[in-house]
Ligand binder design. Structure first.
Ligand code: UDP
Ligand code: MG
Length: 318
């Protein structure tokens, strides 16, 4: 008989009291199914990571852990954000499991493809990406901004799986690889493809959040996109340099033109073009400095080497 897989499902939760019971119920159903089919072993676990919630999230996790032997809980000491919380959860369980599946607590991603992920893992894939087929449950706004985001990332040279968020399976070796990334500015969907290993995708339709509200308002989404770009790509700085070079060449041509005009005796060159170029170049410089500052800011954060997460306690037997 082939060895049964010990799979851990990891869910970051921030103020998710409205969804936890239902999420747990649905996950246990899928869990039981997979166990019955012999896909996973009974030592597999469902791990809720409480990202410093201010509501009853942790109480509910404790309650669920008491009721179900399959459920574990990790409580982070304070709110560190989705990416850090997920990373924290994965790193905490990485020595215990054969593979870990990360998924949001609101179950917008279809949990019924988890068995397919496990199958692909048992066929030798170290990373299995959950990819959304279409986006008709999203608002027009979210759809277009998301599309723009993936396009922009591509232009910026960041290697990402299209329409894949943070729903994925990672084998133990991939998790080990991920643990070697020392950076503090986490952008997991950009980092995971850098790990390598054999990977594959499973496709699913994304649902709407069934309760509670999104923790990613526009402001956070933009910050996330900006973070993704500045953590992964130096193309913006190169673009600025290119524009700077072009504008210098343009200025030289303009100067030559002005001298020629002067020699020919046409004197009224000057004020307008001068002012324009001063403002133009000044603006460019400011933009360039701002961008460089952005990178320096990142370096500043990196050199501080703050802990990305601190586990307060771990409950449940593992
Ligand atoms: N989340 C978290 N910490 C935060 C914000 C969000 O752990 O500071 C979790 C949240 O509980 C959820 C996941 O990250 O499980 C994704 O959040 P959400 O569903 O609100 O984002 P959306 O699907 O709207 O992009
Ligand atoms: Mg969601």
């Amino acid at each position: 008989m082939r060895k049964q897989i010990k799979a851990y499902i990891v869910l970051p939760c921030y103020n998710e009291e409205a969804v936890l019971y239902e999420t747990c119920r649905q996950l246990l159903e899928v869990y039981e199914d997979m166990k019955r089919q012999g896909l996973i072993s009974s030592s597999s676990r469902i791990v809720f990571v409480d990202d410093g919630s201010r509501d009853r999230t942790w109480d509910i996790i404790e309650e669920l852990e008491e009721q179900h032997a399959e459920v574990c809980g990790i409580k982070l000491a304070h709110n560190v954000g989705h990416q850090n919380a997920l990373f924290g959860g994965l790193m905490t369980v990485r020595e215990e499991c054969d593979c870990a599946i990360s998924i949001d607590a609101d179950l917008q991603d279809d949990i019924h493809v988890i068995p397919d992920m496990i199958k692909k893992y048992s066929e030798g894939c170290e990373i299995v990406y959950g990819v959304r087929k279409k986006r008709d449950t999203d608002t027009f706004f979210k759809r277009t901004t998301a599309l723009g985001f993936y396009k922009l990332m591509k232009v910026m040279g960041v290697n990402m799986v299209y329409n894949h968020a943070d729903y994925r399976l990672m084998g133990r070796r991939a998790l080990e690889g991920l643990s070697q990334f020392e950076e503090r500015n986490l952008f997991l969907r950009g980092m995971v493809p850098l790990i390598g290993y054999k990977s594959d995708c499973v496709y699913y339709d994304r649902n709407e959040r069934f309760a509670g509200e999104s923790k990613y308002p526009l402001k956070k989404m933009l910050a996330f996109a900006f973070d993704g770009i500045t953590s992964f790509s130096i193309n913006p700085i190169r673009m600025i340099s290119t524009i700077g070079t072009l504008s210098c060449i343009f200025a030289i041509i303009m100067a030559v033109y002005a001298i020629v005009e002067k020699i020919m005796g046409n004197t009224d060159v000057g004020w307008a073009s001068l002012m324009c170029s001063i403002w133009f170049i000044g603006g460019l410089q400011l933009l360039g400095i701002g961008l460089i500052g952005e990178y320096i800011g990142k370096m500043y954060k990196e050199v501080k080497r703050r802990p990305r997460y601190i586990v307060e306690k771990f409950i449940g037997d593992r």
